[in-house]
Design a protein around this ligand. Sequence first.
Ligand code: LCS
Length: 392
Amino acid sequence: MGEKYQHIETAAIHGASDTRYAGSLVPPIFQTSTFVFDTAEQGEKRFSGQEDGYIYSRLGNPTVRVLEEKIALLEGGEAGLAFGSGMAAVSAVLLSLTKSGDHILCSKGVYGCTFGLLELLKEKYGISHNFCDMGSEEELRQAIRPETACIFIETPINPTMQLIDLEMAATVAKEYQIPAVVDNTFSTPYLQQPLQKGCDIVLHSATKYIGGHGDVVAGLVVGKKAYIQNLAATVQKDVGGILSPFDAWLLARGLKTLPVRMDRHSENAEKIVKKLTAHPRVKRVYFPGDTGHPQFEIAKKQMKAGGGLISFELKGTKEDAQAMLNRLKLIRIAVSLGDAETLIQHPATMTHSAVPADMRQEMGISDGLIRLSVGLEAWQDIWEDLEQALNG
Ligand code: LCS
């Protein structure tokens, strides 16, 4: 946690909070689009980089900076950068690392819109990609091409909950001198810290656990200072997917309770997994914190706990899955995840509907697969609702 903090729980609360104005405990919201220069010469110096200071909120804002410093601290990285959505962060990173003719090696399974972006990059700019299980160093080495510009990893993968060994992937990436990029949305820095495993860039849909309350859409990137400065001065500045000061303030607030929330999400999920596994209508349950998960050894190596997301396969058809969702009373049918409310969704027809059916099958997204984002309610109430819907 940097030099100042030994524990992530303390860093999440006190880190990057010394922007104090009028003795305010909480950093204020700088809801301003621009910043006034004392003189024309000062403006010139700010633009040329001779003098530090704010210019215009697309180029930097003090409230947004607090969030960027906090996430960098929690991920154990040198610097952070905030974006207007998780997809703005994913696209900025991929644009920054590739040029026409390059290749992206991707984990076998990614969020549906990341898949859409990869397709767009291929069609419009000739940046190809392929998917790889990344089950071993050898498998990774065989998939890397001379034109591979980066390795892009989701772990756990949305929504199949398959895992990739981050240390293994980072070792191979180093061997080929290409960056390993990790989408850490599902785990957050409280449960998993990819940079500490040797990966190069971490990104988040901060819309999820980082915000934690279902009221913000945002993205974050953490990496080496030189990379982040370059990303800010190029793709972010010129494409412009920035975060608003108020949303940054909400996220910095959300981060204070991240450790407590993640503990509770994980504990609740563990309880629900036990119940789901024993239920006769459930074919299979996928949860990285489950000793029965085929990659539990990887989870033990790199995750503090299983997190709050569970996927499970119902016995039956797509219509059976939809009917089960429709019987729920407390649990809300909604995409997104990581909120206080327990949310449930049907990946094949919702988050991953943009992925062609044959690819979905290959990724392990069947029509009976359901994804549950276990919230912070009493687990008994969550289970009671699930049980009545499963039995119904
Ligand atoms: N990465 C992952 C792993 C995600 O799950 C999402 C969104 C994104 C990136 C994109 O972030 P956004 O732009 O939405 O902030 N995942 C969603 C999901 O599973 N349900 O709704 C959104």
